[in-house]
Design a protein around this ligand. Structure first.
Ligand SMILES: Nc1nc2c(ncn2[C@@H]2O[C@H](COP(=O)(O)OP(=O)(O)OP(=O)(O)O)[C@@H](O)[C@H]2O)c(=O)[nH]1
Ligand SMILES: [Mg+2]
Length: 195
């Protein structure tokens, strides 16, 4: 039997950190890729299928719903809806922007600490957009809160393939956890029926 897993993945992070650019790249969307900044209003959902996800050396498929969320706090009223039934969270920030680390901390507290969401289903994408961003002396450092969360540097233009690979391994990791839980639940049902 082939099971098709459906995953809801959030992209959250400060305004203009590049969430929409990353979402468009990963889903091969071409809309709003002019380079002009158009703040996302609330949320935008992109759906696509992923193949060849390596989960314990088995290759699985999944249908991904990528929720490209606005970084603007004026949409905070929507956050509970974003949080609901989420399988994985990608935190995006630009380390060259002084206020980004603090904002990311706040988002982490809301989406992970307060809800008890597992840090294992989280990843941080440090998005340094312009080459000049890398020369900034006072980069904003993430605090201890993120110490257990994997952090990867991403760049859509210069290393798109690596971004795709990092996204792929994150999804495979989330899927691995979900699959284990599903199988355990199925076993429990079988055990219950045979008891
Ligand atoms: N050159 C370059 N520009 C980028 C890159 N990523 C994002 N940008 C630009 O940075 C601006 C903001 O990017 P968005 O992806 O719209 O930011 P966002 O995080 O979705 O912002 P909100 O929707 O307001 O939360 C846009 O003008 C993008 O074109 C990048 O990798 N390289
Ligand atoms: Mg956006």
């Amino acid at each position: 039997m082939i099971v098709m897993y459906k995953l809801k993945i959030l992209l959250v992070g400060p305004c203009a950190s590049g969430k929409t650019a990353i979402a468009n790249f990963l889903s091969d969307a071409t809309e709003n890729s002019s380079g002009e900044y158009r703040p996302t209003q609330g949320v935008r959902i992109l759906e696509f299928e992923m193949q060849n996800l390596n989960v314990s050396n088995r290759y699985l498929k999944a249908e991904v719903e990528l929720w490209d969320c606005s970084g603007d706090h004026k949409f905070e009223a929507c956050w509970p809806a974003l949080q609901r039934d989420t399988h994985g969270i990608i935190f995006v920030y630009n380390p060259s922007k002084e206020d980004h680390a603090r904002d990311l901390e706040l988002l982490y507290n809301y989406f992970v600490t307060q809800t008890g969401f597992s840090y294992k289903n989280c990843v941080v994408f440090a998005n340094q957009k312009q080459p000049a961003d890398k020369d900034v002396k006072h980069s904003s450092k993430l605090l201890n809160t993120f110490s257990r969360v994997p952090q990867v540097s991403v760049n859509v233009e210069e290393s798109g393939n690596r971004l795709r690979a990092d996204f792929n391994s994150f999804i495979a990791c989330v899927l691995g956890g979900l699959k284990d839980r599903t199988e355990q639940e199925e076993l429990n049902i079988i055990n219950m029926q045979s008891a």
